[in-house]
Design a protein around this ligand. Structure first.
Ligand code: DLZ
Length: 165
């Protein structure tokens, strides 16, 4: 059966004029690495130049909102206007309430960063119940789809809306 999920048929957008910031957590690196790879490959496909992509890493997902905010403001101080940011993290539910607190805070933190800065922040935070679900969303499991590719495309689409390119 065809899935009803997803953003619909992708727009074939040119990202050659765009500047993109990527901030990724290092917790759950085995899942983060393929997601980051998926993001970079879809940015490549859209023509975003590697020298127009800033990549920073932070210890865990909790740090994503402040790091996105700092990357955006520091770029601006250097006269670089980012067109979109992509925040990548993987939260895997454990036995305590940790997951719920971080997921909620990071989600609202990233929303706040994008509304305050007026730079779109793509939500690349997987909030999954177990490693298997994470692998399926990182394209590691046989036949699964890498969500990082969707996040790269979303960044190009939103970056073009922001930059009017
Ligand atoms: C501490 C912690 C735990 C238990 N789990 C995760 C996780 O599944 N994914 C993730 O990105 N980060 C996790 N962290 C680390 C926190 O996000 C944060 O880096 C630390 O609490 C330090 O502020």
């Amino acid at each position: 059966m065809t899935s009803v999920k997803g953003p619909g048929k992708g727009l074939d957008l040119n990202g050659s004029e765009l500047r993109i910031g990527i901030v990724h957590a290092r917790w759950n690196t085995a899942i983060i690495d393929p997601l980051l790879h998926g993001v970079l490959s879809s940015l490549d496909d859209a023509g975003v130049a590697r020298h127009n992509i800033i990549v920073k890493s932070v210890p865990g997902s909790w740090e994503l909102p402040i790091a996105c905010s700092l990357v955006e403001s520091q770029a601006r101080e250097n006269f670089i206007e980012l067109d979109a940011l992509i925040a990548i993290g993987v939260l895997i539910k454990g036995e305590t309430m940790h997951f719920e607190y971080i997921a909620e805070a990071v989600s609202s933190g990233l929303m706040r960063v994008q509304l305050d800065s007026k730079v779109p922040v793509i939500f690349g935070l997987l909030t999954v119940l177990n490693e298997e679900q994470a692998k399926e969303r990182a394209g590691i499991t046989e036949g699964s789809h890498n969500h990082g590719e969707d996040w790269g495309k979303a960044a190009v689409e939103m970056g073009r809306i922001k930059s009017k390119h």
